[in-house]
Design a protein around this ligand. Structure first.
Ligand code: DX5
Ligand code: ZN
Length: 231
């Protein structure tokens, strides 16, 4: 579903105008976005609270672009079905938010078959599952599980807020991850502080999905901002 030889730009709607999310999504779609990145925060795992499944469900009607739902919540198992039903195409959890990560990924796969695309309005036939690693966490924390995933999300800022500075030290981890995934279908996504200055290097180091919030939504010309990320 996600190709390793393609670059996807995924605007994070965290930096969009929340009073007109539907319009903002349609706008970035017309400017060339490939995926819509949606940040879900619970005020526990991260010090911020954003949106939940009901908002995602209403946004589902505004676009046919895939929804990449980034769960920054404790005990994500409790909400997997709700996010599947709201039309998520990709569901990503943080490795340290669940005691049994393997079971959580199984739950995402089960939700995918339990709620077929016709029922939820998602774009992908199957829901893809992702695991995310925070800047301070080592790749060995996910080494055993990565083959079960479709996507590895490497955080390039500490999660919680848009508009933060890219943490340069994560670049090495991206190179290592690329090596770790070389025989797998799992793609690498990066999230946080992505802009035209680092996009080229990120792509060179094996990244397939570039999430960008502030850089795209605050740009005067969103079309050229998106284009500038493709390298
Ligand atoms: C941070 C979020 C990001 C954020 C990225 O916790 O997961 O998706 O919106 O925003 P920028 O690109 O502004 O750093
Ligand atoms: Zn995110």
């Amino acid at each position: 579903m996600l190709k390793k030889n393609k670059i996807y730009v995924a605007p994070s709607i965290l930096s969009a105008d929340f009073s007109k999310l539907g319009e903002e999504i349609r706008d970035v779609e017309s400017c060339g976005a490939d995926i819509i990145h949606i940040d879900v925060m619970d005020g526990h795992f991260v010090p911020n609270i954003t949106i939940g499944p009901s908002v995602i469900k209403s946004l589902r009607k505004t676009t046919r672009l895939p929804f990449d739902v980034h769960l920054m919540i404790e005990e994500p198992d409790r909400y997997i079905d709700d996010f599947a039903l709201s039309g998520s195409d990709i569901i990503t959890v943080h490795e340290e938010t669940t005691r049994h990560l393997h079971r959580t990924l199984q739950k995402i796969r089960e939700a995918s078959s339990k709620f077929p695309m016709e029922k939820t309005g998602r774009v992908f036939k199957d829901i893809l599952c992702g695991v995310s690693v925070n800047p301070h966490r080592p790749l060995c924390a996910i080494e055993e599980i990565v083959k079960e995933t479709d996507l590895l999300l490497i955080m390039t800022v500490n999660p919680g807020f848009g508009g933060q500075k890219f943490i340069e030290e994560t670049m090495d981890k991206i190179k290592k991850a690329n090596n770790m995934l070389k025989n797998l279908k799992t793609v690498i996504e990066v999230d946080g502080g992505v802009n035209r200055e680092n996009a080229g290097r990120l792509i060179q180091n094996g990244v397939n999905i570039l999430v960008a919030g502030n850089y795209i939504f605050s740009a005067k010309n969103r079309k050229s901002a998106i284009k500038s990320l493709r390298g």
